[in-house]
Write a protein that binds this ligand. Structure first.
Ligand code: ADP
Length: 308
């Protein structure tokens, strides 16, 4: 790996006596999109906030762009772009003015900001909305304006917290496409997401975090191959759950999981398992390759974690 843009070492944070971030280390290489995935309350936001100098860790160090957090927080932030999950746009200013004000905040020269605004509005597909205020924008437009704003200082590293949560499929695909353009330009991204398709599509590398610890790390496809059997056969319909106890089927599956009315057979022997299932024509089956969602559920469990 090239010298990392950001290196977080042995981060620890406790709140009210319990470990929220527990000896967490990770790096982001130039041009890389690193995804952080984990259930609610896993410690992702706290980990990112420590990297941004917004939360003081109990232990650990953050080096970013050759500088040290929190000592060099201002110099680091000047080279970072941050898109928080909650909209922090100024409701009283137009889209163009939001970019202008943000550029001034970075101490950029007025002429340089004004040159950049049309390019950024175009990048965010917001040129026709230059004079509109955030209240007049859709959720997807607001998120793209926040991204454009984060790009005003031409940062090398972007920190994006759930960039597509709450967006409809069209807006989500447009955001993915824009992020891919930024990656192609050589920017680096740290992304938290709950969408496994998003993580697989955008991220070169993933950190799976649970209970404040890194429980897996790697390229999405490699993680799937390392932790899971290649095929999943989902079986649903009356009697599906009882089938999980069937000795023949069990012998053909490495693992069987139940969720709701569905039995999931994880297997290296999909053909034989499907043949055995022909003895149960009343059941419906879905045969598919194992995916990142299967990995996530295997590593972090199927039980619900309530909103942290
Ligand atoms: P995630 O982003 O993975 O959902 P968070 O980092 O937001 O996880 O939260 C991890 C845990 O830390 C949660 O249990 C949350 O309630 C707790 N926590 C986060 N910030 C604070 C805080 N400022 N004070 C007390 N507890 C906090």
């Amino acid at each position: 790996m090239d010298a990392p843009l950001l290196s977080a070492r042995n981060l620890c944070k406790r709140y009210a006596g319990s470990s929220v971030v527990d000896d967490l280390s990770f790096e982001i290489a130039p041009g890389e999109c690193l995804g952080m995935i984990g259930p609610n309350g896993a410690g992702k936001t706290t980990g990112v906030r420590i990297c941004l100098g917004q939360t003081t860790p109990d232990a650990g160090t953050v080096l970013a762009l050759g500088l040290q957090m929190p000592r060099d927080a201002l110099a680091i932030k000047a080279q970072l772009g941050v898109v928080a999950q909650n909209d922090t746009l100024d409701p009283d200013f137009s889209c163009a003015e939001n970019l202008l004000v943000y550029g001034r905040y970075f101490g950029m020269r007025e002429a340089a900001i004004r040159r950049r605004i049309p390019q950024l509005l175009d990048f965010a597909a917001l040129t026709p909305k230059a004079a509109a205020k955030p209240g007049e924008l859709s959720g997807g437009m607001k998120r793209r304006l926040s991204l454009a704003r984060a790009l005003i200082n031409d940062p090398r590293l972007l920190m994006l917290d759930e960039p597509t949560t709450g967006l409809d499929p069209q807006a989500r695909h447009l955001m993915w496409e824009r992020l891919q353009v930024l990656l192609a330009q050589g920017k680096s991204i740290l992304l938290t997401t709950h969408f496994m398709d998003e993580a697989e599509r955008l991220c070169n590398r993933l950190l799976v975090i649970d209970h404040g610890k890194k429980i897996a790390e790697g390229r999405p496809r490699e993680l799937i191959a390392r932790h899971l059997e290649p095929d999943v056969i989902e079986v649903y319909g009356t009697g599906a759950l009882a089938l999980a106890q069937d000795a023949t089927l069990q012998s053909l599956a490495a693992r069987v999981e139940l969720s709701g009315e569905t039995a999931f057979f994880y297997t290296d022997s999909a053909r034989q398992l499907l043949a055995a299932l022909e003895a149960h024509p009343q059941l419906r089956t879905l045969h598919r390759p194992a995916n990142l969602e299967d990995l996530f559920l295997k590593l972090t469990g199927r039980q619900i974690r309530e909103e942290a």
